[in-house]
Ligand binder design. Structure first.
Ligand code: ATP
Ligand code: ZN
Length: 287
């Protein structure tokens, strides 16, 4: 373990595991299938991955057992660990929300005054209640929070909600959002100089992988005469690349665009005279 490698804490088995490993592989890291192992070393980078329960990750990083870690903001801010958040990673998005029995109503948060709310996130809930000046009782439960209203233990719950299926099964409905979360990369505040150098190299790759995920490579052919208008439509990071074609009246136009904007612009491009429009994924992008 004391080999000078950068140590990254990752959730062992859960909602953040696959996407985190995918991100690392998109960074060019060769990581063997971890299966049941607790520590895996990348074959082509000085990085050890420690597989842990997500709840323990903030503390392990603040203690320096791991140098960096990937964890949900919900767990991070619930635990209140003294670490530095260095990147938002764009996956593991979810909401910590209040939910109430289907047959009840909650029009205003103030109606929670005097009520009992069950949650595994007592600290985040407490902050939310304090901010909204609500005096409610927090019932701390470690799991299966959604059954507490039917057991008569609580009047409402505060839990992570994604599809709402679990709520429906328990005859609950979503009410106000308490906290919005995504996966983040965290760092020990007093990381050694040598490891910081490794981290900088890794961060260049992570940024490249994150940029590549949100960008696409757009290609099309267009009459030279339409170029002005087409350049105005393309939401490019830089000015597009223009290449000559065998037909002297035509050019090829290439540009990197924000992926989500393609469907807003493709019709405009066609109307402006573009043809043979192609949209390709980008594997890596160094800006
Ligand atoms: P562990 O065994 O590691 O303690 P867990 O059961 O506490 O796992 P998961 O359910 O795997 O944790 O969730 C891990 C994190 O994934 C949560 O803290 C949250 O940040 C995020 N998450 C939760 N629900 C969703 C969802 N529906 N979609 C995307 N991300 C989610
Ligand atoms: Zn957990």
């Amino acid at each position: 373990m004391l080999n000078g490698n950068l140590k990254l804490a990752l959730q062992k088995r859960g909602r953040l595991t696959d996407k985190s490993l995918q991100l690392l592989r998109n960074c060019g890291l060769d990581i063997e299938d971890y299966s049941e192992r607790l520590i895996v070393t990348a074959r082509n980078f000085a990085l050890d991955i420690l597989f842990l329960r997500d709840d323990d990750i903030p503390e392990y990083v603040s203690d320096g057992v791991a140098d960096i870690g990937i964890v949900g903001e919900d767990v991070l801010y619930e635990r209140n660990a003294d670490v530095e958040v260095i990147r938002k990673l764009g996956y593991g998005k979810c909401n910590l929300s209040l939910a109430i029995p289907e047959n009840k109503t909650l029009n205003d948060i103030s109606e929670l005054n005097g009520k009992r709310i069950a949650t595994s996130y007592p600290n985040l809930l407490k902050k939310f209640l304090e901010k909204n000046k609500i005096n409610a009782t927090i019932v701390e439960i470690s799991g299966s929070v959604e059954i507490t209203p039917s057991l008569g233990v609580a009047d409402a719950i505060c839990d992570l909600v994604s599809t709402g299926n679990t709520l429906k099964l328990n005859k609950l409905k979503k009410s106000f959002d308490v906290f919005t979360s995504e996966a983040v990369l965290i760092k020990n505040k007093s990381i050694e100089e040598e490891k910081n150098k490794l981290l900088d190299i890794l961060l260049v790759r992570i940024d490249s992988a994150l940029n590549a995920k949100t960008s696409k490579y757009l290609m099309m052919n267009a009459p030279k005469s339409a170029l002005n208008e087409i350049e105005k439509i393309i939401p490019s990071l830089k000015s597009p690349t223009i290449l000559p074609l065998a037909d002297p009246t035509m050019v090829a136009v290439h540009a990197v665009i924000p992926a989500e904007q393609f469907w807003e612009i493709y019709k405009k491009l066609k109307d402006a005279g573009a043809s043979d429009i192609l949209l390709l994924p980008i594997e890596n992008m160094i800006l």
